[in-house]
Design a protein around this ligand. Structure first.
Ligand SMILES: *Cc1c(COP(=O)(O)O)cnc(C)c1O
Length: 457
């Protein structure tokens, strides 16, 4: 073993935890494009969003200027149950790879929901409760967001109604049961419960669903039920804001030992963990105080950044949501049934999209079997059984560390380990049995979805 000058795990104390979330948009000169009303094509006003979202969350969503939002004490107290999360120096992985690179990962899997999603779930549930609502509706893909929201809602005594993408509902029955344990009701999507669900089923009988479909259903349910609002676990600015707690803690832990990362890596589904992890670092970059290489990693089967277009699009398949300008594959895109459910979204956070567009961050896509090779390698060396989503970041981190081995560069790499994979054993089984495929959409397929983008100038 190398001598451990830097602890294996860097934990902050409770007092060192952030007291405010950081809003990256405040430091962007060119702000992310606003949400548009799909009817008028004018920027959405707070009043127009009020039927769908909670009031304070709308204020956070639309605020491009306030740099810091104080974290309410109740939320900080909840965070204390599972935060600060550890920043781990991957000594064993470095040694095994024989790389001169120094590798760190911020591990967000240390709570029952198994991912970073709880950071925003508790915030959103808190503001819903504060507004006096009865409950919230949402969608879930892989199940992590639904689980996190169920936990947050049960803690605050709010009703929680979850539309779960059908292929995950069938693949991950235990996820569903965790949600029900926390008192949520779970419906496979598309369902016959909503108008939009019935329409999608009529057009695509036998579809295994997508996040875009489930969002449409959850929004419809919220706007047609008294005392309910819709909440979303990724993509939105407010979610990136709450997830900044990941990056702020990471930065505080690194600063404590005077470590400056060269490369920061995260998987990207809707962009919330990556947006949260990079927030304070990108802030420095935007203010010209420091420079970092920032890499988003996405599945080759759902390549929004690397093969999508930067355009206004619907956030959902049923076209009931506002339009967002983002890197998108088209809201009709239904990716092949890969196992990283949390990364199967057609679009991307508009904040990250704008940063990517400005060349302030990079993106790469990786194939599913390569991701599982990295996942298994990591599990055997570092002990943690990673979620398939998180393993996209592991793959890229290993690739970067191997590059350092070739060049002899002692780079410091930080990546986000967003969650654990205990509920993904069917996927691991497929990988072990050699039954996993690497389906990558063709240019023709992608072009067909692109043709259906709404026409906005
Ligand atoms: C949902 C999820 C992701 C992807 O979502 P982002 O909003 O892009 O962060 C990544 N990892 C895990 C474990 C997830 O549950």
């Amino acid at each position: 073993m190398k001598t451990e000058k830097i602890p294996y795990k860097i934990y902050l104390s409770e007092n060192e935890m952030p007291k405010a979330w950081y809003n990256l948009r405040a430091d962007m000169k060119q702000k992310p494009a606003p949400l548009l009303n799909p009817g008028t094509l004018k920027p959405m006003k707070a009043e127009e969003l009020a039927g769908v979202f909670c009031e304070e969350l709308i204020a956070q969503e639309l605020d491009n200027d306030t740099a810091f939002f104080e974290i309410p004490e109740e939320i900080r107290n909840f965070y204390k149950m599972y935060r600060p999360s550890p920043l781990v120096r991957a000594y064993c992985l470095e040694e095994k790879l024989g790389t001169p690179a120094k590798i760190y990962y911020k591990f967000e899997g240390n709570n029952t929901s198994g991912s970073h999603k709880l950071n925003s779930a508790i915030a959103q549930a808190y503001y819903a409760k504060k507004q006096g609502l009865k409950g919230v509706t949402t969608e879930t893909g892989a199940g992590q967001w639904g689980t996190a929201l169920s936990m947050a809602c049960s803690y605050l005594d709010l009703d929680c109604k979850v539309y779960m993408v059908k292929c995950s509902y069938e693949q991950k029955p235990f996820r569903r049961e965790v949600m029900r344990t926390y008192g949520a009701s779970v419906t496979p999507s598309p369902s016959m419960e909503t108008e939009v669900g019935r329409k999608i089923l009529a057009e695509h009988p036998g579809t295994t669903g997508s996040l875009g479909c489930a969002i449409s259903e959850a929004v419809e349910k919220a706007v047609s039920s008294d005392g309910y609002r819709y909440v979303l676990g990724s993509v939105l600015n407010q979610v990136l804001l709450h997830q900044s707690v990941i990056g702020l803690e990471t930065k505080a832990a690194l600063d404590k030992y005077q470590i400056k990362p060269d490369i920061i890596i995260g998987c990207a589904g809707g962009g919330s963990n990556l947006g949260g992890l990079i927030a304070p670092f990108m802030g420095e970059k935007l203010r010209g105080e420091a420079d970092y290489r920032i890499i988003a990693v996405e599945p080759a089967s759902c390549p929004s950044f690397t093969r999508g277009v930067y355009a206004y699009d619907f956030c959902d398949t049923g076209m009931v949501c506002p339009l967002a300008k983002m890197y998108t594959l088209g809201s009709g895109f239904i990716p092949s049934a890969n196992h990283a459910g949390g990364l199967r979204y057609h679009g991307m956070s508009s904040t990250l999209s704008e940063l990517y567009h400005q060349g302030l961050m990079e993106a790469t896509s990786v194939k599913q079997t390569e991701v599982f090779e990295a996942a298994e390698y990591f599990a055997r060396i570092e002990g943690i059984l990673p979620a398939p989503e998180s393993s996209h970041a592991i793959r890229a981190a290993i690739d970067e560390a191997n590059r350092c081995k070739e060049t002899g560069e002692e780079k410091t790499i930080v990546f986000g380990l967003t969650g654990t994979g205990y509920f993904d054993m069917v996927a691991y089984e497929k990988f072990h049995d050699g039954e996993m495929n690497d389906y990558i959409p063709t240019d023709e397929e992608l072009a067909a979805y692109r043709d259906q983008l709404p026409k906005v100038q």
